[in-house]
Design a protein around this ligand. Structure first.
Ligand SMILES: [Ca+2]
Ligand SMILES: [Ca+2]
Length: 87
């Protein structure tokens, strides 16, 4: 089965919209802001904590931005979405 160019474009737009909804929809609460070191701003040290902890899945992960017990791409997405924010 072949897809037309416009069909592929529509599907790509839908996928991007869904990805943004996932990131944006789960952000907003204090624990989601990405400020991992407690200095009230989401910046490079917070990204460093997350990256150093990336792949942790034992439920005791300092880089777990979305508080689901692991550090994965959803945490990275949430941190990057809030990068530079005061929180
Ligand atoms: Ca910080
Ligand atoms: Ca997580």
């Amino acid at each position: 089965m072949r897809y037309s160019e416009s069909s592929i474009r529509q599907r790509s737009t839908l996928a991007a919209t869904m990805a943004l909804a996932l990131i944006g929809g789960s952000a907003g609460a204090d624990e989601m802001c990405g400020n991992l070191d407690g200095d009230d701003i989401v910046d490079q040290p917070d990204l460093g904590i997350l990256l150093a902890d990336y792949g942790c899945d034992d439920g005791n992960c300092p880089g777990d931005v979305d508080m689901d017990g692991d550090v994965d791409q959803s945490d990275l997405g949430a941190l990057l979405a809030a990068y530079g924010d005061d929180c």
